[in-house]
Design a protein around this ligand. Structure first.
Ligand SMILES: [Mg+2]
Length: 205
């Protein structure tokens, strides 16, 4: 495996890079259809609270109360959460790449992701992401979300890595831009399948 001499750590986004997004627009639309909910209302309510949800300031139960169960429903919270969980799927090409990177042991591998506690916990365990990542710098643990520079700075401080020693990989331009502004090496991953060649451009093969 080719090794980049400057880069010592790879920081991965999870949704859109390692797995599908946990609870994105399309998932909420599907849930509204499945449970016969008014999508516009659900989405508006989601937008009021999702920042607090992802920063760990409210629980899944609080979220569900605010977004779905503010009135009596014919289905349970458990059924709704199960639907949310079923929206998560792996991107196998990224996971096999992570497996190789881990086996070679050349880089510290960490996740830097925006996720609520409950979905983060589910996704890490379900897809065994702790096989690859040593650290999870997740918004629900740190109380701050990308693209706030603070979350990147926390990840740098907690790994004692300098920006130039880090390669950050994210599918969203604003998250990529924030990392770039701090001096990190960045892959803005528009297509998951292109990850191997994007890494090769950094001498990681
Ligand atoms: Mg993402």
């Amino acid at each position: 495996m080719m090794k980049n001499k400057t880069i010592r750590a790879l920081f991965f986004d999870i949704g859109g890079v390692c797995l599908t997004n946990a609870w994105e627009y399309e998932s909420r639309r599907r849930a509204a259809g499945h449970f016969h909910l008014d999508f516009k209302e659900l989405d508006q309510r989601h937008h009021h609270v999702f920042g607090s949800f992802e920063c760990g300031r409210i629980t899944l139960d609080d979220y569900l109360t605010g977004v779905v169960f503010y009135k009596k429903r014919k289905f349970t919270r458990k059924a709704f959460f199960q639907f949310m969980k079923n929206e998560s799927r792996p991107h196998p090409s990224t996971l096999s790449l992570l497996e190789e990177l881990k086996a070679h042991g050349n880089y510290l591998l960490a996740a830097v992701n925006n996720e609520s506690f409950e979905l983060n916990d589910y996704r890490i365990k379900k897809f065994k992401l702790d096989r690859y990542f040593t650290n999870f710098f997740s918004s629900c643990f740190l109380g701050v979300r990308k693209p706030d520079p603070q979350i990147y700075q926390m990840a740098m401080g907690m790994t004692q890595m300098e920006a130039k020693e880090i390669l950050f990989i994210d599918d969203r331009e604003n998250n990529a831009q924030a990392a770039r502004a701090l001096g990190m090496n960045v892959i803005h991953l528009k297509d998951v399948k292109r990850l191997p060649e994007e890494l090769r451009a950094y001498g990681i093969k």
